[in-house]
Write a protein that binds this ligand. Structure first.
Ligand code: GBH
Length: 485
């Protein structure tokens, strides 16, 4: 750790929350034979992963990091890292294992017991759980057509059922969980899932994607209301958004208008209803050719607009946009057009790029945090994900006999530069209360399978060994320093 990094650690307040994040389908495993007795419905990700060609390495989440059974070991790991908090998600398909059970309100006791034990183990380790209700693993029975059901998030039913699911979790874990996050990155769920088809359920239909946007908003509102109804004011509520940081390619009016339009379809569709109580009417104009938004019903906006305690922001990179010239950029021609934004061109990112092909621009984190903090001064802001993938290589650890490690200076650099940018925002008055590194360990990177590694800890999948990368050691030291002096 450099002196500058040490000084940076000291700049953070003593009660700042240092954490790390994962998601159920990405780490749990336990979906096959052994899990049958435990009860679990198929999720849309099982289905999607089994379609040849959908996943880069043809894999699925059936084993992943086996955290469902290995959580005691993983909590010990968190403890050793010195984490204050663990951001995890609950698998909806484990809680209600069939449509019949869901409709009858019959919760799967075994899954409830499992998460209860895990939450108790976290409490024992003095690690605060930040629980996400939905991180993309929708039960397949809500996607399949049965009566009024089916279509997943394109169907209003799914939002209504999410409200029941949230109530069941609040009832089940209310005395063990303080911070409840309704959704993780509804942008991905709606647009990657229903417009681009790059995520489950693999639909490519812009009108369905916009219906999904609205129903995810509605689900959020119903979820917050259900949690508060069950637990009252002791429950802290939040939502996690991957707010896009769009930069205009030039200062021209056209490019700035393209940026504003990209911001609306990516960010304002959530911020407006959830935090301001309305959709920006310009969004309806932008998407006129796609849908008339007739799925919005009277009372929906009031339902969606619930008071929140905090806003979670996931931040990875920025993108540069411009008004599409008559002849569309060849790079963009391959890309999926933005919903309602075929006149927006996304420019290729500029290096040095991560293994995901994403640019590294810590200033984007500072900017979005300052912007949100100025706009919503009453909300705490948590960085619920931030991290990077690199071509990690296992090598012998010179320091430990026979041990292995990964030297990942690029990841340490990414992390420290983003923390520096975050601290700048903080020092300029932003109300940031926590930071969660994505991810605690390498895991199932969705359509990229196990080919991309975001962990601060390496997972050797065949043996399931957890191996500390340099970043893990660096983060532990950083956290220690921030509490010292
Ligand atoms: C998060 O998604 C997820 O919450 C998490 O589950 C996942 O493992 C993690 O990040 C890493 O991917 O695609 O080149 O235009 C992040 C998804 C990242 C989607 C940035 C949009 C824009 C860059 N977002 N991305 S690009």
């Amino acid at each position: 750790m450099t002196d500058a990094q040490r000084a940076l650690a000291h700049a953070f307040p003593k009660d700042f929350i240092w954490g790390s994040a994962t998601a159920s389908y990405q780490v749990e495993g336990f979906v096959d034979e052994e899990s049958k007795a435990e009860g679990r419905a198929t999720s849309i990700w099982d289905t999607y992963a089994h379609v040849p060609g959908n996943i880069a390495d043809g894999s699925d989440g059936s084993r992943a990091c086996e955290q469902y059974t290995r959580y005691p070991e993983d909590i010990a790991l968190m403890k050793e890292l010195g984490l204050d908090a663990y951001r995890m998600s609950i698998a909806w398909p484990r809680i209600f294992t069939s449509l019949e059970d869901m409709r009858a309100g019959r919760v799967n006791r075994k899954a409830l017991d499992h998460y209860t034990c895990m939450l108790d183990a976290l409490r024992e380790a003095d690690i605060k759980p930040i629980v996400t209700l939905y991180h993309w693993d929708l039960p397949q029975y809500l996607q399949d057509e049965v009566g009024s059901y089916g279509g997943g998030w394109a169907n209003r039913e799914t939002a209504l059922r999410f409200g029941d699911y949230a109530a069941a979790l609040a009832k089940g874990f209310g005395d063990r969980v303080e911070t409840w996050t309704t959704l993780n990155e509804p942008w991905c769920a709606a647009y990657l899932g229903y417009a681009q088809g790059r995520h489950a359920p693999g639909v490519r239909d812009d009108a369905q994607a916009l219906a999904a946007v609205h129903h995810l908003n509605l689900a959020h509102g119903l979820g917050v209301a259900a949690v508060k109804a069950e637990l009252g004011e002791k429950a802290q509520t939040s939502v996690t958004l991957n707010l896009q940081v769009n930069r205009a390619a030039t200062d021209s009016l056209d490019d700035r208008a393209a940026k504003a339009q990209a911001d609306r379809i990516a960010n304002e569709v959530w911020l407006g209803p959830m935090l301001d109580g309305a959709y920006d009417p310009q969004i309806f104009e932008d998407t006129r050719a796609v849908t008339e938004w007739s799925f919005i019903q009277p009372g929906d906006l009031e339902q969606i607009h619930q008071p929140l305690n905090s806003l979670g922001i996931n931040y990875y990179c920025t993108q540069t946009v411009r008004r599409a010239p008559a002849q569309v950029h060849p790079q963009n021609a391959r890309e999926d057009p933005i919903v309602g934004g075929t006149n927006i061109d996304i420019l290729p990112p500029e290096g040095p790029l991560t293994a995901m092909g994403w640019n590294q621009e810590p200033g984007g984190l500072r900017d979005i945090v300052l912007e949100m903090s100025a706009r919503y001064p009453e909300l705490d802001i948590m960085i619920t994900e931030n991290g990077s993938a690199w071509e990690d290589e296992l090598v012998p650890d010179e320091a430990g006999e026979g041990e292995l490690t990964v030297h990942d200076p690029d990841r340490v650099h990414y992390l420290s530069e983003h923390l520096r940018a975050l601290n700048e925002a903080r020092e300029q008055g932003a109300r940031v209360t926590g930071y969660f590194a994505w991810s605690l360990m390498d895991n199932y990177e969705w359509a990229l399978g196990y080919s991309k590694r975001f962990g601060i800890v390496y997972v050797d999948y065949p043996t399931q060994r957890r191996i500390w990368k340099d970043t893990a050691r660096w983060y532990r030291e950083f956290i220690r320093e921030s509490r010292a002096a």
